[in-house]
Design a protein around this ligand. Structure first.
Ligand code: AGP
Length: 611
């Protein structure tokens, strides 16, 4: 039982439905010599790309916990609530992204215990929160939010009361939680503690103090020395020292890693948005990808040569890359494989051949659906290859061989440069496996010039975006290796501009989708000069006959198209790498036409660390 508002509150099981709040949030803690609040605001701004519904900060000063939180982006909440003026040199912060449950001030973090002496920020899901909450309500705890996270603050309060030992309380509470989580708790005595299970948590060590964060990006402006906690690790910052133990209380030592400084330099430069900056960066990243990793690429190609079964997997854009990879491997590497989207693969993975090789593709390396597949496959003896942009990510660390995309931090929620980087690495792998049939190295500079030419088509793309801004439905057609690009193009348009868009294999049009086409439809057609050219052009004529507007993307303009975006001539194998760029740009400029923020599409998060 705990006292609240001057009354003893007895158990009540309220008959309203408490919605589960899934989140892909950022959490950060700081203890050191600097003022915590302004620092935490800056750290949260850096990590905002992960989640951006609401934000909150809690600091400790003179034995008192102060919390301020609100709905909106960090900058907006800070300017109305003045988060940065909270006093103290110890604090925690949070940005939230909710898919279920309301976005309210009460549901924003930090959450506090009944006695107000503990504040908690959390990332992940507490699966058993309703049982825990019932038990806590029976004991008289009063909840102020609808979230699962709040149970952590009350459990810590209860366990602390029972054991009288803060260390014991943190480990008892951590052991009671089921699900995937990481949390940071701040106590009124000035202690900060973090615990993790299946969600990342990293300690940053700087000259003036310690950070605990869900993402290295959070503290990279201040330090590049990091400790990556393992599952069931707890870190406690008490006094001026740091202690690490397991959930069972045993001391542990984890190595200090030097993180690439490059990740610290995250800003938009002269660009209006990260998304357009990252689209333009492809001129450089297309040649940088895979550089310095030639021996790993060779090792992977040997593994694929010997593998009896090969699966490519990933989510969203990374899955589209997997589809292109399957196609490339069949055509140029003469090897059969399958590409399965991770959220579906997790139900099949127990039935795959034991000696399979799985190639997992993920920008973040933290996507829950991908990790689920990999963890299951590993227990069955599969070999894991990954292609990631974050070399310290969970996926990289679970893999037998991991190749780094090396395209720099991608902040825009829509994947752009990471797609072309992961694809370039897959080209390199297939090239190595096939004895150089693709000739990637010789073509890289031509490829770079072609990307440059495409990003310079800004004016044309802006005009197209302006012309199609009012269409309700967009269909993107492609055949063979271009079909995954049609899917990717449609995904970009959906997520950035909120216009309904669908990628369709061009040959399937006559089997149903043609019924949808009329004068109001807009069709984007991938029609490059390769074996698909004539068939796709015939499909374009079928559409033209139904009065729809047609935009062609390829090498040879034709009267059938109302508008045509020319792709520079190259060996046909490289067209997928190039033809995706106009789609990224159309989606970006369409978002601007619609007054949507392309960097932060509604309801989406950059790394989806929940299933
Ligand atoms: C792409 O634009 C998306 N926002 C999304 O589909 C993304 O590709 C997907 O969530 C996978 O992320 P990952 O590459 O970090 O695993």
């Amino acid at each position: 039982m705990c006292q609240y508002n001057g009354h003893f509150v007895y158990l009540a099981i309220f008959n309203y439905v408490i919605k589960i709040t899934m989140r892909v949030c950022s959490i950060i803690g700081y203890k050191g010599e600097s003022l915590a609040a302004p620092l935490l605001v800056t750290c949260l701004q850096k990590m905002e790309y992960r989640g951006y519904d609401s934000v909150g900060i809690g600091t400790i000063n003179d034995g008192k916990v102060s919390v301020r939180k609100g709905v909106g982006r960090v900058e907006d909440v800070d300017s109305t609530l003045l988060l940065r003026i909270l006093p103290g040199r110890i604090g925690i912060g949070h940005t939230r992204w909710a898919t279920h449950g309301r976005v309210t001030e009460a549901n924003a973090h930090p959450h506090t215990s009944c006695n107000g002496e503990i504040a908690v920020v959390h990332n992940g899901i507490i699966q058993n929160y309703s049982q825990l909450k019932s038990q806590l309500l029976m004991k008289g705890h009063v909840f102020k939010s609808e979230t699962d996270s709040e149970v952590i603050a009350h459990l810590l309060e209860d366990d602390y009361k029972e054991t009288g030992d803060l260390r014991g309380a943190i480990s008892n509470t951590s052991k009671k939680l089921a699900g995937a989580f990481s949390f940071i708790a701040a106590f009124s005595d000035g202690t900060i503690a973090g615990a993790r299970f299946d969600e990342p948590l990293i300690v940053g060590i700087s000259k003036d103090g310690y950070y605990i964060s869900s993402d290295v990006v959070g503290f990279l402006n201040y330090t590049d020395r990091a400790i990556f906690l393992d599952n069931r690790d707890i870190v406690i910052l008490k006094g001026s020292g740091m202690e690490m133990i397991t959930f069972d209380g045993a001391p542990v030592v984890r190595p200090v890693t030097q993180v690439a400084w490059e990740f610290g330099g995250i800003d938009k430069g002269t660009y209006a948005h990260f998304t357009i900056k990252e689209i333009n960066e492809q001129v450089e990243t297309i040649v940088k990808s895979g550089r310095g990793q030639e021996s790993k690429i060779e090792e992977v190609s040997e593994m694929l040569k010997l593998a009896p079964f090969i699966y490519f997997t990933g989510s969203g854009t990374s899955y589209h890359c997997a589809l292109v990879a399957k196609n490339l491997l069949a055509k140029y590497g003469k090897r059969k494989s399958d590409a399965i989207v991770s959220s579906e693969f997790q139900y099949l993975v127990n039935d795959i051949e034991r000696d399979s090789v799985i190639v997992a593709i993920s920008q973040s390396g933290e996507t829950a659906d991908v990790l689920e597949v990999i963890k299951k496959a590993k227990t069955l003896g599969s070999k894991i290859i990954s292609i990631v942009n974050v070399p310290t990510s969970s996926l990289a660390r679970l893999s037998d061989v991991s190749i780094h995309m090396n395209c720099g931090p991608e902040i825009g929620v829509a994947a752009t440069k990471s797609f072309t980087s992961q694809l370039t690495i897959l080209y390199a792998i297939v090239d190595s496996l096939s004895g150089g049939v693709i000739g990637l190295e010789d073509q890289k500079y031509k490829l770079q010039n072609a990307v440059k030419e495409l990003v310079e088509r800004q004016r044309l793309i802006e005009q197209i975006a302006e012309e199609i801004k009012d269409v309700k439905d967009i269909y993107v057609l492609g055949r063979s290796i271009h079909y995954p690009i049609a899917l990717e193009g449609a995904l970009k348009i959906k997520e950035l501009s909120y216009v309904h868009a669908e990628g369709i294999p061009a040959g399937e049009l006559k089997h149903g989708p043609l019924a949808l086409i009329d004068r109001n439809s807009c069709i984007l057609v991938l029609n490059p000069n390769d074996s698909t050219f004539d068939d796709v052009k015939a499909n374009a004529h079928e559409i033209k006959a139904r009065g729809a507007s047609l935009i062609g993307i390829g090498n040879s303009p034709s009267d059938v198209y109302d508008r045509f975006i020319t792709i520079p001539e190259m060996d046909e194998v490289f067209y997928p790498l190039l033809e995706v760029i106009p789609f990224q740009m159309i989606a970006y400029y369409l978002a601007l036409e619609k007054d949507a923020n392309p960097d932060y599409p509604r309801n989406l998060a950059k790394s989806v660390t929940v299933k």
